[in-house]
Design a protein around this ligand. Structure first.
Ligand SMILES: Cc1cc2nc3c(=O)[nH]c(=O)nc-3n(C[C@H](O)[C@H](O)[C@H](O)COP(=O)(O)OP(=O)(O)OC[C@H]3O[C@@H](n4cnc5c(N)ncnc54)[C@H](O)[C@@H]3O)c2cc1C
Length: 438
């Protein structure tokens, strides 16, 4: 037990992640309110030979934060510490949620250069798994990091800077180097973007794929199973003034959440109807054009629960891979109505980043919670394997440490460096032990 009586503790005993793909029962679930609290928890854990997992917003699908020992949440360590206008960097406490950071930055005329589909993750959680958005000239959120300050297993504070040798190993860390307490990120002057959404025929998209990728600052598309219609979204900088996008947000909320919820419930009860609803959804894609600040456009609400697998594949192989996916969908009747999401990310130098030294297309497969996803994910994962796909750490996958060693050239270096930071394996759980060493 921890002898810190002032520490805030969770009122519940069971931790569930967002997708409810796992749950665990930590013996202690603590909310430190200062960096000194974090250091004290680590010091006591070390003396008692206990293990610690730290949770952000619990939005990973894999059991990265599952523990029957000590769970820490940095929910009470949030906010901007300092903003450097001249160098365009911001230093934030690690528990800060992305939406909160975006709102605070906007007040000062700044934003993050890119974001993913949602903005409810904590900044430390997003960085630890290589969370990404889309745009071939942009790396993941982890590549926006200038420095990280962590509390190490010996209780000391340690800052890793982008020019340090260890930095590339310690950023995408799955929370296994120590507890990140603050982060310095590069920011940009908050741009206005022109957002467009359109329907395109697959054959046309496939023909012009690399032009779409190169011509648009942010480009993504959704491939509907059993349909030839693709939903394409682009965002590009614009001199146009911002518009009121409340109506657009409300429509997205209704279509992408309430309607999707209804459709998903029907498909769960009548799986064979998935094909029909996938086609219907592809035809219902709306053509939209509007202007707004980037951070208001990147992320949307995701209220329908689903499970997800996502792989990063070499960008140049994307047309071939799409053809394989479509053939598999046509020849095997998977009951799937969620579209497949495809995004692009620039190559980086972070050892455990799925985009390590290769510009990548990220292909994401979703299934409604509570439906049988395994045969579909297994078939899609086999295609990803053929093209040396690297799994997103926060999303479902079945890779073993032997496979990861081949896919991530610096995997062994990562483990060696990790051992130096955490010699007694304080920051591992059984899932990570298996993932790293077996
Ligand atoms: C609906 C939905 C949409 C998503 N959209 C995207 C997307 O568009 N792009 C994308 O790439 N991913 C996406 N994801 C995945 C998600 O971004 C990642 O799984 C991310 O890591 C979750 O952040 P979190 O704050 O919830 O962290 P958690 O899931 O709670 O934790 C993730 C990892 O971070 C570590 N961690 C958290 N805080 C700290 C800390 N202070 N110090 C050290 N380690 C820490 C944890 O130990 C764990 O290993 C999505 C997930 C969901 C559920």
């Amino acid at each position: 037990m921890f002898s810190m009586t002032s520490l805030v503790r969770s009122k519940t005993n069971t931790f569930y992640n967002w997708a409810q793909t796992f749950h665990s029962e930590p013996t202690d679930w603590l909310y430190p309110e200062s960096v000194a609290d974090v250091q004290e928890i680590i010091n006591q854990s070390r003396m008692q030979k206990r293990t610690i997992r730290v949770v952000g917003a619990g939005h990973s699908f894999t059991p990265l934060v599952a523990t029957s020992d000590c769970l820490i949440s940095l929910e009470r360590l949030t906010g901007i510490i300092s903003l450097d206008d001249k160098n365009e960097t911001v230093t934030v406490l690690a528990g800060t949620k992305l939406f909160d950071l975006s709102e605070r930055l906007a007040i000062h005329g700044f934003s993050l250069e890119n974001l993913g589909d949602i903005n409810v993750q904590s900044i430390a959680g997003a960085i630890a798994t290589g969370t990404h958005g889309t745009g071939i000239t942009f790396g993941s959120i982890s590549t926006q990091v200038d420095s990280l300050t962590i509390v190490k297993a010996d209780g000391s504070l340690y800052t890793l800077r982008s020019h340090d040798d260890e930095f590339a190993g310690a950023v995408v860390s799955l929370g296994t180097f120590g507890i990140v307490v603050s982060v310095t990120l590069r920011v940009v002057k908050r741009p206005i973007y022109h957002y467009e959404s359109a329907k395109v025929q697959f054959i046309d998209l496939q023909r012009d794929l690399f032009q779409w990728i190169e011509r648009h600052q942010h480009f993504e598309f959704f491939l509907f199973p059993h349909s030839d219609t693709v939903h394409v979204k682009t965002m590009n900088p614009s001199d146009h003034g911002p518009e009121d996008i409340t109506k657009h947000k409300t429509t997205s909320l209704v279509v992408e959440n309430y309607l999707l919820q209804c459709v998903s419930s029907v498909c769960k009860t009548f799986p064979k109807s998935s094909k029909f609803f996938s086609r219907l959804s592809s035809n219902a894609v709306s053509e939209t054009s509007l202007h707004a600040p980037s951070d208001e456009l990147f992320s949307t609400a995701r209220n329908v629960r689903f499970v997800e697998m996502e792989y990063a594949v070499p960008l140049e192989k994307l047309p071939q891979i799409l053809a394989h996916i479509r053939t598999a969908l046509h020849t095997s009747n998977y009951n799937v109505h969620f579209p497949i999401e495809v995004r692009t990310v620039k190559a980086d130098q972070l050892w455990l980043s799925p985009s390590y030294e290769r510009s990548s297309a990220y292909i994401a497969f979703h299934m409604y919670s509570g439906t049988e996803f395994r045969p579909y994910f297994k078939a899609m994962e086999a295609i990803m394997d053929t093209f040396n796909g690297r799994p997103h750490w926060g999303k479902l996958h079945t890779k073993s440490s032997n496979q990861l060693r081949v896919l991530y050239p610096r995997f062994q270096d990562f483990l060696q460096l990790r051992d130096e930071f955490d010699p007694d394996q304080m920051f591992l759980n059984s899932y990570l032990r298996e993932l790293f060493y077996h």
